[in-house]
Ligand binder design. Structure first.
Ligand SMILES: [Zn+2]
Length: 397
């Protein structure tokens, strides 16, 4: 099979998986109960101090022998142990040889609002996920808020349904828009319902896709209400429409053709994030041309966030997305840049940079501790020792 045919067949497969899964709404909640004062690992009001090597997500060099102090769900101090005052009544958790990191953020998943998946992400240190579209018949934002009550679940940032056109990508389970006026009205209605982000599906050449004026209307309407727009693109045509309209982030690697420079440079100059989503459903590594295009974006200083499209496809990794992370390294990212993509940068994509993404005073206490040094070997990210979500210890080994 040619690489193009293989690429297209992969997309048919992922779309089919999405469609098959879309009707099967899970009923979460039976076992949901937030840990309270009686829970030995819950929030008892006692400060927590976690020690080890600190990688705070800002990109600065690691701090050896550091401490992060957590009180009432917030980080109150982070830095070298000899400079930070630990409250006298703090519970101290020491991890010699361990690395402290911000809770990871996966900026491209499909949760299906399944609490088992949300727990699998959170237990491996992915404390926030951005759900880039679910079926059109769900109570997306009520489900998001209900699942949010349990800190053992990863926090969801939700798009609701994907915007498409008549005869377009996943039209059976999507929000079909027919004109710029229709698009503006539907974007406003979805944001009124609670959408955190608007998702557009641009799927040429496999399906007809939204016209440039409709995509522009969607972007302007979302931005007018302070919400970002995420685009699924799989071709230079779709990527061009998305970039021209001024979307906020792109998912997937589009085959850009022989001269990708202009489009990639335009995306970078507009400050558009790229979520490369290398991990394919069948596990094939990204092709060299795809890596070269991505490398060009990296070399220009383009902003990247972590996302692997997990949740609705059976073979894509839920939990710590180490396959995607190793693909990002293979494509030219340093371990530190990948950690930033999974923390500070993904928090910006989620519009949560004032709350999460770095281990700094004032941030929500989402913290991951792993054994070893991920800057030397990224596989250390799978050696989970501690996960704190919203100040609650949800895993300790
Ligand atoms: Zn997706």
């Amino acid at each position: 099979m040619s690489s193009k045919a293989r690429f297209i067949s992969l997309f048919f497969m992922s779309c089919l998986c999405f469609l098959m899964s879309a009707g099967a709404t899970h009923s979460p909640g039976e076992k949901l109960s937030a840990p309270g004062p009686d829970d030995p690992k819950g929030s008892s009001g006692i400060p927590i101090a976690v020690t080890g090597t600190l990688i705070d997500g800002t990109g600065v060099a690691p701090v050896p022998d550091a401490v992060v102090v957590i009180e009432d769900g917030q980080i109150t101090a982070a830095g070298p142990r000899k400079e930070v005052k630990i409250p006298a009544n703090a519970r101290i958790l020491e991890f010699p040889g361990g690395t402290l990191l911000p809770g990871f953020i996966n900026a491209h998943v499909h949760t299906m609002f399944d609490d088992k998946k949300l727990k699998a992400w959170a237990r491996e240190g992915v404390t926030t996920v951005r759900d880039l579209a679910e079926a059109a018949n769900l109570e997306w934002f009520a489900l998001r808020d209900k699942l949010r009550a349990d800190p053992r679940n990863a926090r969801i940032v939700a798009a609701g349904p994907v915007f498409t056109c008549a005869d377009g990508f996943l039209k059976e389970v999507s929000l079909v828009v027919s004109s710029p006026e229709d698009a503006r009205a539907k974007v406003k209605a979805l944001i009124d319902q609670g959408a955190d982000v608007i998702k557009v599906g641009l799927n040429s050449p496999i399906y007809p896709e939204l016209s440039p004026d409709v995509v522009k209307a969607i972007v302007d309407a979302a931005h007018g209400r302070g919400k970002p727009v995420a685009a699924h693109v799989i071709s230079a045509q779709g990527m061009g429409v998305a970039v021209e309209a001024g979307v906020d982030d792109l998912s997937h690697m589009a085959p850009i053709g022989a001269k990708p420079e202009a489009l990639i440079r335009q995306a970078k100059e507009k400050g558009i994030y790229w979520i490369p989503t290398f991990e394919p459903p069948r596990g094939d590594p990204p092709r060299q041309k795809v890596k070269d295009d991505f490398r060009l974006f990296l070399d220009l200083g383009g902003a990247v966030a972590l996302g692997n499209d997990s949740g609705s496809m059976p073979n894509v990794q839920v939990g710590m997305p180490i396959k995607e992370i190793l693909f990002m390294q293979d494509a030219g990212m340093t371990p530190m840049r990948i950690i930033e993509a999974a923390t500070r940068q993904a928090a910006r994509v989620c519009r949560l940079e004032n709350e999460i993404g770095t281990l700094q005073p004032g941030k929500r206490a989402d913290l991951l501790v792993v054994d070893g040094n991920p800057l030397e070997d990224l596989n250390a990210l799978t050696k989970t020792r501690l996960v704190i979500h919203d100040g609650i210890i949800i895993r300790l080994e």
